[in-house]
Ligand binder design. Structure first.
Ligand code: VGL
Ligand code: ZN
Length: 198
């Protein structure tokens, strides 16, 4: 059985959003078209309380600067994907009816959660691995936003959890901060993730 994991296809990561990724909206029709080929479709949703520790505004710091957190370095982002806001909603063109499961992540105020499987301490689970195993899905295809943060962290945790992971690059877009995209691509390749259509 195979699952499509659609990472953070939300308004705030699309043009006009608080943490806009260039052409973030261009992937939505491609993702809708991919959905019918999968047994299970999972959507993830970045879902932060106001004042979240990943926000630069919570540290009086500049957006895109880096701080040290107990679990490692943390990029400080503009306020984004605030629980209940329009920016946190899925892109309106996304076929959300096709979703079997929605994983919300990042709602722990003190810790970011890029990965669909774990918070950034790599310890606190979201429940996604158990869900996929219960459904007999061991083959995962990942798409979404952003290639170099939430997609890459999800893909890397997926292989660590024993899934076969493919990232379909045409249906991903990157933030690309200080070489983060090249680094993420190299890391995924080294971990045995298959990178398609890049
Ligand atoms: C993401 C930065 C902050 C992502 C989420 O979805 O890649 N990036 N929160
Ligand atoms: Zn976030």
């Amino acid at each position: 059985m195979k699952a499509l994991v659609v990472v953070d296809p939300q308004n705030d990561f699309c043009p006009g959003g608080a943490l806009a990724v260039a052409e973030g909206d261009a992937i939505i029709p491609m993702i809708n078209a991919m959905m019918p080929a999968f047994d299970v479709v999972v959507l993830t949703q970045d879902w932060h309380p106001a004042g979240h520790s990943s926000f630069a505004s919570s540290h009086s710091a500049d957006p895109f600067s880096v701080t040290e957190m107990p679990y490692g370095p943390q990029v400080l982002w503009p306020d984004h994907c605030i629980i209940g806001s329009q920016g946190a909603e899925f892109h309106p063109a996304l076929n959300t009816d096709a979703a079997d499961m929605v994983v919300r992540k990042g709602s722990n105020r003190g810790m970011d959660s890029y990965s669909a499987f774990f918070e950034n301490d790599h310890t606190t689970r979201t429940g996604l691995a158990g869900f996929l195993r219960d459904r007999g899905c061991l083959d995962l295809t990942m798409v979404g936003l952003a290639t170099d943060y939430c997609v890459a962290w999800s893909a890397l945790d997926g292989v660590r959890e024993g899934f076969a992971v493919e990232v379909h690059l045409p249906a991903c877009r990157a933030i690309d901060l200080d070489g983060s995209l090249d680094q993420a691509i190299a890391g995924m390749r080294d971990s045995g993730i298959s990178l398609n259509g890049g």
